[in-house]
Design a protein around this ligand. Structure first.
Ligand code: CA
Length: 240
């Protein structure tokens, strides 16, 4: 059997939560040097705010934090992000702490002091398993609209709708939450994912483009899915 290639680390955003300056700096530079995209928070509250602001793939979490118990950080983020890979970094060596960590939703743990090489090997193993476990995404169907995320294609009444990349991603997020209100903030975080400071004008412009392309894709009397604007909140995609 062929060993699958290690996933490209550049695709993975890692949030390091560690109040010890030496360890934090070591982890940050080690991850950067190995192609990951790390961010570093020194407090539990800072980590929760950062995770809410921007999506992460991996959480490296110290348990002894100055402002809160790392286990509470693990519990909170596990509840909010079921796919987040959580690895606990602990100086606590009691089995009971390890069990509590895993019960709080962590996927794995490393006992300090640990070597960067071992941490990177564990990361690769976890990420590789996840890549194998993740099934190809089924196309999302909403009436005669089909959004195929794997193929990055959108069709309406069997007509291909040519969408710009961000228009497609916006539609894909709305389609995954068909019939649900999706806030502007979560659309910004999911579609533009990088740091974003205040202005949501780009969302409005992309939304206008998406609506126009859907409407123009087919001639009447075909019905087009409706994207309803929810004032002061966001949008909702519904069958036309
Ligand atoms: Ca600590």
């Amino acid at each position: 059997m062929r060993t699958p290639a290690a996933p490209d680390p550049a695709r993975f955003r890692v949030l390091v939560v560690e109040d010890d300056d030496t360890i934090g700096r070591h982890l940050e530079s080690g991850l950067l040097g190995n192609g990951y995209a790390p961010a570093w928070s020194r407090t539990g509250a800072g980590a929760l705010a950062e995770a809410a602001r921007s999506p992460y793939d991996v959480l490296l979490l110290d348990l002894g934090l100055p402002d809160m118990d790392g286990l509470d950080v693990a519990r909170t983020l596990r509840a909010r992000f079921p796919d987040l890979l959580i690895i606990i970094l602990t100086a606590r060596t009691d089995d009971i702490d390890v069990i509590a960590g895993l019960d709080a939703g962590a996927d794995d743990y490393l006992v300090k002091p640990f070597s960067l090489t071992v941490l990177l090997a564990r990361l690769r193993a976890h990420l590789r398993r996840r890549a194998i476990a993740a099934p190809p995404q089924e196309p999302i169907r909403l009436g005669d609209l089909v959004v195929d995320v794997t193929a990055r294609r959108c069709t309406l009444h069997d007509h291909e709708v040519a969408l710009r990349p961000k228009e497609f991603e916006l539609l894909a997020v709305l389609a995954r939450h068909t019939g649900e209100a999706v806030s502007r903030e979560s659309l910004m975080a999911e579609v533009w994912d990088e740091n974003w400071f205040g202005s949501t004008k780009t969302l409005d412009v992309t939304m206008a483009g998406l609506r126009r392309r859907l409407t123009d894709a087919v001639a009447r009397p075909y019905r087009v899915p409706r994207i309803t604007t929810l004032r002061g909140h966001g949008y909702r995609l519904e069958q036309g």
